[in-house]
Design a protein around this ligand. Structure first.
Ligand SMILES: Nc1ncnc2c1ncn2[C@@H]1O[C@H](COP(=O)(O)OP(=O)(O)OP(=O)(O)O)[C@@H](O)[C@H]1O
Ligand SMILES: [Mg+2]
Length: 315
């Protein structure tokens, strides 16, 4: 599949300071790709270069297979983007904004305008002035504007900044739909790991201008959690319970305190093993209380570990 965006050996200096170091990655149609990194990591700079707001000085960027170096205009025609805030006329209505933008871009008909209004869920408020819009509605109108010309690639720099949880969810659902249903490649940057976990299929982590890891969200979480899941089981007699669980390797079971044992179960057979465990405990006359999984690491923990270690433990 041709990548929607391919960044090859991107370097960038501001004065004598090197800000981006040999950034390389690819993103594909149909995915939401998260560009995750702490403040000052180089997210906005990378995005500005990708959308043509900053000059590409070295390396190459291809958009839908077209090189920015070889055919800048054709490459840029395939991108929609919002860097910082969407450009909107506040004294005009949402619809007037879209029509104005459509006139400037050309090649967008009224049907497409209605379509994007529907996609971003602004039908009921599209005839209100933008000055009366909430931040979330402005952001959604910005997305509508950015996708009017049916780009293959939509890039949004920190799109959820300042939105409340409901606004974040609305935007998240819209962006996921665009990727998964309309086959657009959506790239969002953020410093909020928890948000990326919910929104993205894959995440690239950038720290100090270096891309230190690109993985699917699932891979990142499961590889750092290992192949086993720990459960804590509340029983009336820990020694007897451990004895009853003789099918579990000694290294995978322990006594936590007078009433709790811990077991590590293989993620592939958790359900069957849990049935077996509860049956064995109960049939030996041991009282069984709660069985609870120990909470897994979240992407947030993984991210903090990775940025501390320079990204060495995931591979
Ligand atoms: N125009 C500029 N001139 C000089 N240095 C710049 C300029 N723009 C950005 N920088 C520097 O480049 C580095 C990366 O900045 P960038 O804005 O790309 O980071 P970011 O990951 O978007 O951070 P944030 O999460 O704060 O938005 C920072 O050290 C910043 O100070
Ligand atoms: Mg930024």
């Amino acid at each position: 599949m041709t990548p929607a965006l391919k960044i090859e050996h991107l370097n960038k200096n501001f004065g004598k300071r090197q800000i981006l170091h040999d950034i390389c990655f690819e993103t594909y149609p149909g995915e939401v790709f998260g560009f995750l990194g702490p403040n000052g990591a180089g997210k906005t700079t990378t995005i500005k270069i990708a959308v043509g707001l900053l000059r590409l000085e070295s390396g190459d960027i291809q958009i839908g297979g077209t090189s920015v170096n070889k055919n800048f205009e054709k490459a840029m025609a395939q991108i929609g983007g919002i860097v910082e805030n969407p450009e909107l006329y506040k004294h005009l209505t949402g619809l007037q904004n879209l029509r104005q933008y459509a006139r400037m871009r050309g090649g967008v008909d009224e049907k497409r305008i209605q379509e994007v209004v529907e996609i971003v869920g602004l039908k009921n408020r599209i005839n209100d002035k933008v000055s009366k819009y909430s931040l979330g509605m402005r952001q959604r109108l910005g997305v509508a504007q950015a996708i009017l010309h049916k780009p293959k690639l939509l890039i949004l720099d920190e799109p959820t900044n300042g939105l409340d949880p409901a606004g974040i969810k609305e935007l998240r659902d819209i962006l996921k739909n665009l990727a998964h249903k309309e086959n657009i490649c959506v790239i969002v940057s953020s410093h909020l790991m928890s948000e990326m976990e919910l929104m993205c299929d894959r995440v690239g982590i950038i720290v100090n201008g270096k891309l230190i890891s690109v993985h699917s969200v699932e891979e990142m979480i499961s590889s750092s959690n290992g192949k086993k899941q720990q459960y804590i089981i509340n029983v009336s007699d820990c020694d007897k319970a451990l004895e009853a669980l003789d099918f579990i390797e000694p290294a995978d079971k322990l006594i936590c305190d007078d009433e709790h044992i811990g077991v590590f179960l293989s993620r592939d057979h958790i359900k069957d093993e849990l049935y077996d465990i509860t049956a064995r405990i109960v049939t030996r006359g041991i009282k069984l209380g709660t069985v609870s999984p120990v909470e897994n690491k979240k992407l947030e923990d993984v991210f903090i570990e990775l940025t501390k270690s320079g990204g060495n433990q995931i591979g």
